[in-house]
Design a protein around this ligand. Structure first.
Ligand code: HEC
Ligand code: HEC
Length: 469
């Protein structure tokens, strides 16, 4: 495995510093934005950020779905809620600024004037707060098209968490909702949250909850990109998560649980967990939005049958995906070095009736079904390969660093390589959360060398075929 540098504390500090600088710049930009908008208050058109939306009514219920139960969990504290409501009440001036901030700085898409997965709810103490719905992570844009069920490519949990934590530190609030909000901000803004770049989440945020007494980060990050969740009914048969670890309905509530929702509340809300599961079963992959060269797809399908089908299955078809030992696929194995003691903690912990785990003979990853694969870049479980063309390039020749800035926007989509366009990297080095650096721990782009020795003709046809899935 390549050496990474995550655990170097000096780099962490530098990152924090860079974060502060970013916040100052952001503040300056916001003030400029405000000044400009104030100049235009006479204008009746409200600026709407976000792309084309393709929201079917069945997706509406998912976009509004959350597991909040009145108490702890993914709660934005009342004082944040107050600011959101204030911004919303000023539709012309502050709302567009807030939307732009969420979209560009935190990577939360705003579609048709609506924030994805930030939902107003009533807390048990009567206060109005906001909660994160599943859609904040489990919906996102590709090539400018908003797709419910696609992983959010730009969400920056770490930056959002640090800002939230800073906010609750300077705006104390000892009401029950205030305390719940503070707990959430401390979890998401924790230094243990090792997501180093947008669009990835460190699963440690969840796994940590099983081991509450653990003080320090004594293991590598469990970094994953947020997966697309169509074909989920069959995926569940093989196992949840990129490594097939999870088994059981309770995992649908794992994120709010890790954020402070009680085990009792999950148990009490079994029906809503079932509702979540049923919603996850209903997603359909987005059709490729541009033209496909149909003359090549037949040959592409043949290349696929010979090189890819044994692991990735047949299309159309709905067979459960295969589990492949890491010894065979050889992709970054940091994710598989789970926190020591985690397995035992899952087996014997308070959620053992809700969340179970699968034990495989050897560690490995699930070879995902490939429907809608055009939209799921950057590729692999850790999002380390920017396009299909790069995935079909020998690992040593794949891009070492690439920009994930605005990754879901139309101008970042390359229809030939199928994935991210190459972009000049302006600011480099630690602290740049738009930069994917494959030299960092957990972010290696090694392995999955399948198809890399095909001829250029075969590769082009294969990519064309993959667009049809
Ligand atoms: C902070 C972002 C975030 C939020 C919010 C979130 N998830 Fe996830 N979810 C993830 C990530 C990241 C993974 C992939 C974990 C892995 O593979 O190890 C995931 C995986 C899953 C999976 C398994 C998917 C698979 O391919 O096996 C399910 C089911 C799931 N989430 C349900 C939910 C539900 C239901 C909610 C809302 C209550 C939710 N998630 C909220 C980030 C999030
Ligand atoms: C020996 C089994 C195997 C073969 C053969 C194979 N793959 Fe994979 N593939 C996997 C596994 C396992 C993963 C997940 C690896 C990871 O995420 O680290 C994967 C991941 C992928 C992904 C990324 C999925 C995502 O959501 O990011 C794509 C795209 C892909 N494979 C395409 C192909 C193509 C095209 C071929 C044929 C040229 C192929 N694979 C051949 C096992 C295989």
């Amino acid at each position: 495995m390549r050496q990474g540098n995550f655990l170097d504390p000096r780099i962490e500090d530098f990152r924090l510093e860079a974060g502060e600088k970013e916040m100052k710049t952001l503040f300056r930009k916001t003030m400029w934005g405000l000044a400009l908008l104030l100049l235009h208050t006479g204008c009746s058109v409200t600026q709407r950020t976000g792309g084309k939306s393709a929201i079917a009514s069945k997706d509406e219920s998912f976009l509004n779905f959350h597991l909040y139960d009145g108490g702890g969990g993914m709660v934005l504290p009342p004082k944040v809620a107050k600011r959101i409501r204030f911004a919303e009440s000023s539709e012309r001036v502050f709302e567009p600024v807030m939307h732009r901030f969420l979209d560009k700085q935190l990577g939360i898409p705003v579609v048709d004037g609506r924030m994805t997965g930030i939902l107003p709810v009533q807390a048990t103490d009567g206060q109005e707060v906001y909660t994160f719905g599943c859609a904040v992570c489990h919906s996102g844009k590709a090539a400018g098209v908003f797709v419910p069920g696609l992983g959010n490519k730009t969400f920056d949990t770490s930056k959002g968490g640090k800002m939230l934590r800073h906010f609750v530190g300077t705006h104390p609030d000892s009401t029950p909702s205030g305390t719940n909000g503070q707990e959430f901000s401390h979890t998401i803004g924790s230094r243990k949250n090792g997501n180093q770049v947008r669009g990835t989440v460190d699963d440690v945020l969840v796994f940590d909850k099983f081991l509450p007494d653990r003080e320090e980060r004594d293991f590598a990050p469990n970094l994953v990109k947020i997966p697309a969740v169509w074909d989920f009914e069959s995926k569940m048969k093989t196992g949840l998560f990129c490594d097939g670890l999870g088994n059981g309905l309770g995992w649908f509530g794992a994120v709010p649980w890790a954020a402070g929702q009680s085990t009792e509340s999950l148990r009490r809300n079994r029906e809503r967990l079932e509702e979540a599961r049923d919603l996850f079963f209903r997603f359909e992959p987005p059709p490729y939005p541009f033209e496909i060269d149909r003359a090549r797809t037949e040959f592409g399908q043949q290349v696929f049958s010979e090189n890819c089908m044994r692991c990735h299955g047949t299309y159309p078809g709905s067979e459960p995906p295969n589990f492949v030992p890491v010894r065979v696929v050889k992709t970054d194995d940091t994710r598989l070095q789970l926190i020591p003691g985690l397995g035992d903690a899952i087996d014997h912990g308070p959620t053992r009736d809700l969340m179970q785990r699968n034990i495989h003979d050897e560690p490995g990853y699930i070879a995902p079904r490939l429907r809608g694969i055009w939209s799921r870049f950057p590729y692999l479980h850790n999002g380390s390969v920017p396009s299909l063309a790069a995935l079909l390039t020998p690992p040593d020749d794949r891009p070492v660093r690439f920009s994930v800035r605005n990754a879901g926007e139309a101008h970042r989509f390359d229809p030939v390589a199928v994935g991210l366009t190459e972009k000049k990297i302006i600011v480099s080095g630690p602290g740049n959360r738009n930069l994917y650096d494959t030299r960092m721990t957990g972010q290696s782009n090694e392995g999955h060398a399948f198809g890399t020795r095909l001829s250029q003709d075969e590769k082009t046809a294969l990519i064309e075929y993959l667009k049809t899935l």
